[in-house]
Design a protein around this ligand. Structure first.
Ligand code: 3NM
Ligand code: MG
Length: 517
């Protein structure tokens, strides 16, 4: 079947319940939304009698035709036929696609709700023109949804569709609004297949000014998120290690010259250490845990570290506020999910954070990264979080898979560190065992990398590699110093060495980098 040329980019699903529509007239609200830029409308009404539905659908169709926008009817092929509108949207429990097609004809637009790869491929096989993928996030608009699949579930569906069904349209639905729309589009999509649009109900129908809401949403749909506005150069998918190493000194110089703000929302244990490390590498530290303050700080061109080390309910709320502030400005955000696999509270906090915004980089040990991936429980049973369960190859694969899924950078620390952008995966062996015997070494590594991300956004993997090498090579130098007798004396020496490498690197002496391994 030929793909029809339909603009799915801003897909409005209606709702006539007082909780969402309020006292307004549905036809007026839809007209306002069309003025604002909605590109396709689905009339969805689960409770009205057929006669009234047909009448409302006719009035809606008169309006959508004015704007040259297709009108689809939810579930009801009979209503679509009665009205002569452009098509239907059907759910898994409704009439089957093939029958709907037989009744409505080839030219009708027929969409199907899917929540899994199996449903998606079946729907494509059966001849759906587009798929409504969801539920992305839990939503009060539809409480009987079966599966919350998140952006990761949506991406898995797109990936499975890509080879054979690139011509089938895709939108996603469920809990999407102006705050999360850009990220949802970005993180749901796959390198091989993008979403064609976003479907929403309450963000338009329930808005005070549906026209303005639609206009704003339309702008957001057509604008890449600020955090993704930079295109990786030389993104060949091949690990050009030599090329990356060559870029490292300039990243470190850049931090030294521009003194980016290092905003840390970190745990009480490491605040002082993190601030000292930020200064030593040339950053400008601020240890602000107030979520409302982040809106101002996010405008200063720096980076944010969210560290779950001493998470509280209040802290989590602040983290989300700050995360959104930085996302909207495009400022890089590093997530350090400290102890994420340890308790129910932390597991849930990690989920909330990852569903609440975009992290440019997630950094953790093996247990934390597995938890972030969502398979912490299964494989970590009865095993101390410090003990490794995976061999090097599996660690590299996990890091790559998570980075590909989140469309960000993932770093797993350990005696060998693995860092990936989903295409290129690098193993780094530098460091010293003292880093494992002091508190907060991982946390301040996050701080170090965040500064690099702030100045080198066009290739975040190189920024991460630069921060990692600087930090771990400084640790090697520090541990070798005659005045260092153990972990206690190691800490100040580490700060000294970071400061020393920063200076010699600024003077054009890159010999420190010959230790890179
Ligand atoms: N279908 P809002 S979720 C109509 O998952 C509908 O199939 C869903 O409403 C699905 O944009 C949903 O207000 C409601 O969250 C979406
Ligand atoms: Mg249905």
């Amino acid at each position: 079947m030929m793909a029809k040329s339909v603009d799915y980019s801003l897909y409005l699903v209606t709702d006539s319940t007082p909780a969402i529509l309020g006292g307004a007239s549905l036809v007026d609200v839809v007209e306002a939304a069309l003025e604002g830029g909605v590109t396709i409308v689905q009339y969805r009404d689960k409770s009205t009698e057929t006669g009234v539905m047909v009448d409302t659908a006719r009035r809606l169709h008169a309006v959508t035709k004015k704007y040259n926008v297709p009108l689809l009817i939810n579930d009801r092929v009979d209503v679509a036929l009665a009205v002569g509108c452009e098509g239907v949207h059907i759910g898994q429990d409704d009439i089957d696609i093939k029958t709907a097609r037989r009744l409505l004809g080839e030219s009708a637009i027929i969409g199907l709700t899917v929540a899994s790869v199996e449903q998606a491929l079946q729907g494509c096989d059966d001849g759906a023109d587009y798929l409504g993928i969801g539920t992305i996030f839990a939503t009060p608009t539809k409480t009987n949804t079966k599966d919350i699949i998140g952006t990761a579930g949506c991406q898995a569906i797109l990936k499975a569709m890509a080879p054979k069904y690139s011509n089938v349209g895709t939108v996603c639905i469920g809990g999407i609004n102006a705050t999360n729309l850009q990220r949802v589009l970005y993180q749901s999509s796959d390198n091989s297949k993008r979403l064609d649009g976003i479907a929403l109900v309450s963000a338009i129908i329930g808005a005070k000014d549906p026209k303005e809401a639609a206009k704003n949403l339309k702008h957001l749909v057509n604008t890449p998120p600020a955090f993704a506005a930079v295109s990786p150069s030389g993104y060949s998918g091949v690990e050009d290690v030599a090329g990356m190493l060559e870029a490292v000194p300039s990243v470190i110089t850049s931090v030294n010259e521009t003194n980016p703000l290092c905003h840390n929302m970190t745990n009480l244990v490491v605040q002082n250490f993190a601030a000292s490390v930020a200064l030593a590498i040339g950053g400008s530290p601020i240890m602000s845990n107030h979520g409302d303050e982040a809106a101002d700080l996010a405008k200063l061109g720096g980076a944010l570290v969210i560290n779950m080390g001493t998470v509280t309910q209040e802290g989590l709320r602040n983290h989300l506020l700050a995360l959104r502030a930085y996302n909207s400005q495009g400022g890089p955000v590093v997530l350090d999910p400290v102890g994420a696999a340890a308790t129910t509270v932390r597991k849930s906090a990690l989920k909330t954070l990852m569903a609440g915004g975009y992290f440019d980089l997630i950094k953790g040990n093996e247990g934390e990264i597995r938890q972030a991936y969502g398979k912490g429980d299964v494989q970590q049973r009865g095993v101390d979080s410090g003990a490794s369960m995976l061999d090097g190859q599996s660690r590299a694969a996990l890091v790559r898979d998570l980075a590909e899924r989140e469309r960000n950078i993932v770093l797993m620390t350990g005696s060998t560190d693995y860092v990936s952008d989903g295409r290129r995966t690098i193993a780094i062996k530098n460091g010293h065992e003292y880093l494992g015997r002091i508190t907060g070494s991982g946390c301040v590594l996050g701080t170090t990398i965040s500064a690099m991300l702030a100045v080198h956004r066009h290739d975040k993997l190189i920024a991460a590699v630069a921060g990692l090498l600087l930090f771990e090579i400084a640790a090697e130098y520090a541990a070798q110093r005659p005045d260092v007798k153990g972990p206690g004396t190691f800490v100040p020496a580490l700060i000294d060495e970071l400061d020393r490498i920063r200076q010699s690197n600024a003077d054009g002496d890159f010999s420190w980098l010959s230790r890179a391994d």
